[in-house]
Ligand binder design. Sequence first.
Ligand SMILES: Cc1cc2nc3c(=O)[nH]c(=O)nc-3n(C[C@H](O)[C@H](O)[C@H](O)COP(=O)(O)OP(=O)(O)OC[C@H]3O[C@@H](n4cnc5c(N)ncnc54)[C@H](O)[C@@H]3O)c2cc1C
Ligand code: FES
Ligand code: FES
Length: 486
Amino acid sequence: MTNNSVHFLLNNDVVSIENIDPNLTVLQYLREVQFSTGTKEGCASGDCGACTVVLAELDGDNNEQLHYKSINSCITFVGNLHGKQLITIEDLKEQGKLHHAQQTIVDNHGTQCGFCTPGFVMSSFALHKHNNTPTRAQVLEALAGNLCRCTGYRSIIEAAITSSIGVDDDSFAKHYQQTVQTLTELQKLPTPVLTGNGHHFIAPKSIDELAYELVREPKATLVAGGTDLALSVTQHLASIDKLVYVGNVAALSTIEETDSEIVIGSALPYSKFIDTLHHYYPDLGDMIERIGSKQVRNNGTLGGNIGNASPIGDMPPALIALGATMTLHVNGVERTILVEDYFVDYKKTVLKPSEFIKSVQIPKPKTGQILKLYKISKRIDDDISAVLAAIFIAQKDQKISHVRIAFGGMAAIPKRAFAAEAELQGNCLTKDTVAQAKQALTLDFKPMSDVRASEKYRMRVAQNLIEKCFVELQSQTIATRVVNYA
Ligand SMILES: Cc1cc2nc3c(=O)[nH]c(=O)nc-3n(C[C@H](O)[C@H](O)[C@H](O)COP(=O)(O)OP(=O)(O)OC[C@H]3O[C@@H](n4cnc5c(N)ncnc54)[C@H](O)[C@@H]3O)c2cc1C
Ligand code: FES
Ligand code: FES
């Protein structure tokens, strides 16, 4: 094996790839290089789930376990496979016998044209690898990123609910220890590099190595999950000269707690920190569950969400309202800034050449502090926000002792509503102060109109969200949230 290649397990076989364009997605690699056409291409943008495959990664305190996760192969670059096991629909069948995740689809009449079926099976397979008795809600969460346009979901859901039998003794379970051992060996190989078609990919193994690469090539493009970046290739037909993958740096994929903070490494995917954040801030956990789909949350990272500097990214308004900080690193030198100060103008940030986001520090709540989050989109699952409101508030002696309000979708950057805050800070939470805060929002924002929402709608909904927060703080018994919708 040379170090001018990327190594991974395809099912149970070690595959080494070299001389392949690193702009290739896993889906293109499977269909056009491996000629494994069981994995389908629908949208090529992460929206339909037809391309779902499963990755097994080393996990646990000593990396002695496997973590199985569903991902969208259409928006994952092939280099990101290094050191992992790629499992596709072709790999499930054993000695001519369908895997139980497939057989239950047959038994429940869960397929018609069959185009979506491999994707549903892979999502169900990943779910059952970690959860033998999923609830209906957990099944819906696992399948929400898969679309079917002809069968209807009832039979597919039924199939996924009953498909746990046999997962414990499938071929992956039988090869478990061997897979752990092989992946451990692959991880020890020199830094993976992939070069093809004049494009380059490197997956540094440490923060120092990553920093060195970026100093050497300040114009290189960082890639984490690729759930945002890969769209520039699949939708806008761009090609990226040099990709530097951050997901191979263990120190960027950690979550730690101090007495006062939760520290999240920039390359940690959502699905690995959602539970911790839900524990401290339930609304934040609920909101993260609405970021993309399970496949997107399994690969997408906090660093990528902040790094793409989108005005409609969901995490920044929440982080700004919470007063979170972020640590930036360049060539061994670090600085810590407020997330609020990171965004300068549309897609412009304070990130310097060669600098990268190392971690995000989220303060733990103090007594009485509460975070209210409201995501407005056309669908509950797998949809981009038109407006996102984040309100962090505390009351003492019937007065608002602390308030920070931030919005996404209301300006070119995620931004605080200073005028609205000023109307609330130090005052009692009454209908009048809330009305004044709603009016003050017109001083804070001049929202734009686009396909998601008009300027007028955005302003009205933002104002109404302040009122909704007020209603919820007044009474916990009034039903204000959509629950059990599927
Ligand atoms: C179907 C679909 C649904 C989605 N739904 C949502 C949604 O509901 N809400 C939402 O907010 N987003 C959504 N997204 C967007 C995206 O998934 C998220 O923003 C995600 O967090 C991006 O993370 P990533 O690791 O995939 O980033 P990548 O695509 O790898 O990178 C994104 C950008 O960040 C930069 N970057 C990555 N890591 C770093 C770092 N450490 N330091 C500096 N820059 C860095 C990259 O260079 C790139 O410019 C969706 C995407 C898809 C495809
Ligand atoms: S092809 Fe639609 S999500 Fe990948
Ligand atoms: S069976 Fe045809 S799209 Fe689902």
